[in-house]
Design a protein around this ligand. Structure first.
Ligand SMILES: N[C@@H](CCC(=O)N[C@@H](CS)C(=O)NCC(=O)O)C(=O)O
Length: 224
């Protein structure tokens, strides 16, 4: 199987981390987002959304990191996507929540405008207003993650075992660290992220984004 991806891409890292942890062999084809390779006609024919990741399996192409994770888990019979109806529904619930609430307000509304130049708003006033708006909502979602999904004594987002929801959510939460944010105000979330960072494939999967984060240090940022 082939994965079109970029190690600086949050959604790619979710798939890369899961595949590495589960020993799923993926031939990674890096699409250079920083030079605009995703807008070239060759890639447009792969994904008209101009986004990574994309999975290719024997001529079958699949976009959307959440769908890719589920496909890989189904294909390999991974325990990270439980077969039990209700357990699986819980994983789906958290993944949908991450894909909408957390990703929209925390990543797109707060983190990305600060760390990716092309997400910056066109005036300082618009930019600041966006960050204020995004920060308030992001704090609300982080609190839900901390006190609702994890706060009832859960080791992982859906209970005692790691699931696709954890692989999906962790790169989104982590990317906030590039704004100088830490999660001390969210103790269960903080402990969960440390647990995720202890996975053996975490460092190799995250080294590119960490290096990018280091290159941003010293720039004015608003933390969550
Ligand atoms: N909903 C999509 C989002 C994918 C996405 O936003 N990919 C970003 C990187 S994290 C991308 O390819 N950006 C390229 C661009 O904005 O030009 C998914 O989950 O796969």
């Amino acid at each position: 199987m082939k994965l079109y991806c970029h190690p600086g891409s949050t959604t790619s890292r979710a798939v890369m981390l899961f595949a590495a942890e589960e020993g799923i062999a993926l031939d990674q084809q890096v699409v250079d987002l920083f030079t605009g390779e995703q807008y070239k006609p060759e890639y447009e024919s792969v994904n008209p959304n101009h986004l990574v990741p994309v999975l290719e399996d024997d001529g079958f192409r699949l976009t959307e990191s959440s769908a890719i994770l589920k496909y890989l888990a189904e294909k390999t019979g991974s325990r990270a996507y439980p077969a039990d109806l209700k357990q699986r529904a819980r994983v789906n619930e958290v993944m949908d929540w991450v894909n909408t609430q957390l990703s929209r307000d925390y990543c797109y509304g707060f983190v990305y405008p600060q760390i990716f130049g092309f997400h910056k708003r066109r005036s300082d006033e618009a930019h600041q207003a966006q960050l204020e708006w995004g920060r308030e909502r992001a704090q609300g979602w982080l609190k839900v993650l901390d006190s609702h999904f994890l706060g009832q004594g859960n080791t992982y987002l859906c209970g005692d075992s790691i699931t696709l929801a954890d692989y999906f959510a962790a790169p989104f939460v982590h990317v906030g660290e590039l704004t100088g944010s830490d999660f001390a105000a969210y103790p269960a979330l903080d402990a969960w992220l440390r647990r995720m960072k202890a996975l053996r494939s975490w460092n190799p999967t995250f080294e590119t984004i960490e290096a990018y984060g280091a290159s941003l240090r010293g720039q004015p940022m608003v933390a969550v």
